[in-house]
Design a binder for this molecule. Structure first.
Ligand code: FPP
Length: 231
């Protein structure tokens, strides 16, 4: 969800105002996913590197997370959304940790949309923590074992990865899981990424041929759509 800061700066507003507007865009996006029957949405809300931002922006984001959850969880609960927070929680304050736990518990029975919020997350952190789990429990490091130890093991790999804000980078998001994701880069700043922009990304995704290492001819004859996972 890149571009909140620029959205605010263009309007002579503090950066946190852009993040607030980002929450509005996120609410619309969640609703659009529900309406379209999308089963899983994963967003990058705070990266391991975002701690390096000015202290008032970091605390503004923490406060916004807690406030947004207290406002939005009842609606998310009513709409069948199950929240998961993905990332290193130990570095978060007790207040933030409590708010994440409450939101997850309140929505734990929901099944319409799995909504993963990556917060204090980094793709490298995830790979390292998964490898450490395997080492600590004496397991052999295989792709399948790592898959099972990853913080996003409760969902399949993403089909479509969207980055807004015009940058052509992954920036430490889903490094392991995005191996076969279709990438979509939008010039729109996140607060401007509306339902029409989401639909455009989905339409482009649908027009792509996903070969997973196979040839076009193989796909057309076998109908295989997924790569063979190596154990
Ligand atoms: C990146 O834009 C965005 C963030 C670091 C924060 C994203 C957070 C939200 C959309 C708020 C909603 C989430 C929760 C759960 C509170 P940027 O600040 O890097 O923008 P810039 O590239 O224009 O500076």
């Amino acid at each position: 969800m890149d571009g909140n800061g620029r959205w605010a700066t263009k309007r002579f507003l503090p950066r946190v105002a852009g993040h607030k507007q980002g929450v509005d865009a996120l609410r619309s996006c969640v609703q659009a996913c529900i309406d379209r029957g999308i089963a899983i949405l994963t967003v990058f809300a705070f990266s391991s590197e975002n701690w390096n931002r000015p202290v008032e922006e970091v605390s503004g984001l923490m406060d916004l997370l807690v406030l947004s959850l207290s406002r939005e969880v009842p609606r998310l609960k009513a709409n069948g959304v199950r929240l998961h927070f993905v990332g290193n929680r130990q570095q978060l304050s007790q207040k933030v940790q409590g708010s994440l736990q409450q939101a997850e518990a309140a929505t734990a029975d929901n099944q319409k949309l799995v909504f993963n919020v990556c917060f204090n997350y980094g793709g490298r952190w995830d790979i390292a923590q998964a490898a450490q789990q395997l080492v600590s429990s004496g397991q052999v490091i295989t792709e399948a074992a790592l898959d099972r130890a990853m913080a996003l093991s409760h969902v399949p790999d993403p089909d479509l990865l969207i980055r807004t804000g015009g940058e052509l980078r992954i920036s430490n998001f889903l490094l392991w899981q995005a191996a076969y994701s279709e990438l979509h880069f939008s010039d729109k700043l996140w607060p401007d990424f509306d339902v029409a922009a989401l639909d455009e990304a989905i339409a482009v995704f649908r027009s792509r041929e996903r070969r997973f290492g196979q040839t076009s001819a193989q796909l057309n004859s076998s109908g295989h759509l997924h790569p063979v996972k190596v154990a």
